[in-house]
Design a protein around this ligand. Sequence first.
Ligand code: KG4
Ligand code: ZN
Length: 332
Amino acid sequence: MALITLGIETSCDETGMAVLEDGQRVLANSLYSQVIIHRKFGGVVPEIASRRHLLKLVPLMESVLTAAGLDLGGIDLIAATRGPGLIGPLLVGLCFAKALALARNIPIVGVNHLEGHLYSACFNGRVKPPFLGLIVSGGHTELISVGAGFRHRLLASTRDDAGGEALDKVGKAMGLPYPAGAKIESLALRGDRQAVIFPLAIMKDGSDDFSFSGIKTAALLEMRKRKLTPRRRADLAASFQEAVCRQLVTRTLRVARRRGVKHLVVGGGVAANGRLRRMFQEELAPGEKIFFPEKGLCTDNALMVAYAGYLRYKAGQRDGDALEAKADLKIT
Ligand code: KG4
Ligand code: ZN
């Protein structure tokens, strides 16, 4: 008998739902993005995000069930994001999921959103642990050693801004709408990557941690120096994107080589970036391999939540009434 998972994602400003059969066949995958609503505020407003999730959860569930040709009786497992993220949005999604599980007597597993990102490149058997995982999104930049059976070890993280956050902030200063990562990528296509050379942040204590606030400030100062003509905007976008990618690639490969790891996996919104993908490919040594999720699975979505929840369920995880949302949930 097939196992049908309903995935629910509400950690930030996207309401996502997906229906996944046996952890491999996508029966439905839908996303309601609130980006347009939050854009005028230059970032996500948690209270507005919570209210929109509340409005959208039921219609979204009805639409994914219809697309999958099922009713609630056909759902065998509910997988819902329990953190990290904005506490209001997390509570709305998780309470909805718990109520559904209780009312229909369906097993539920709480999913760590970061695990969703971490395992999305594994979807459909493309790669299996052990590997070195890099999560780079709007809220996180983490290097994680991933062993079989969910053995995770955090090896490095950002000391200040996340990679996506730095792109968003520099983009905002350039007048680009939120979130700016993908817009910077398209602007960069017309720019010169060498126009501004940003330093590679080196940690004085020799740690592998990331830091993006120095290059972010350098980019903001660059903008004050000279008028931002269309040419200069494209050059700055290309150069700043280059600096963010260079740090991600350099640090990740250094850690992988020191640990003798040959398989690398990248996940999170910034993993959609074409320059990051190419730079990694260019820098790989013989025998090293890198895996990215398909582009649509890099940014927040419910399919990754359904998939990570399915993997956890198969490994024996069962959650009940005690399941709680946690805004600063860590990967363990
Ligand atoms: O994973 P995600 O959707 O949400 C979080 O969990 O944070 O990541 C969103 C981040 C934003 O900072 C956005 O600007 C960035 O991913 N992003 C990109 C691209 N698409 C999204 N950054 C660079 N290039 C892209 N193509
Ligand atoms: Zn995310």
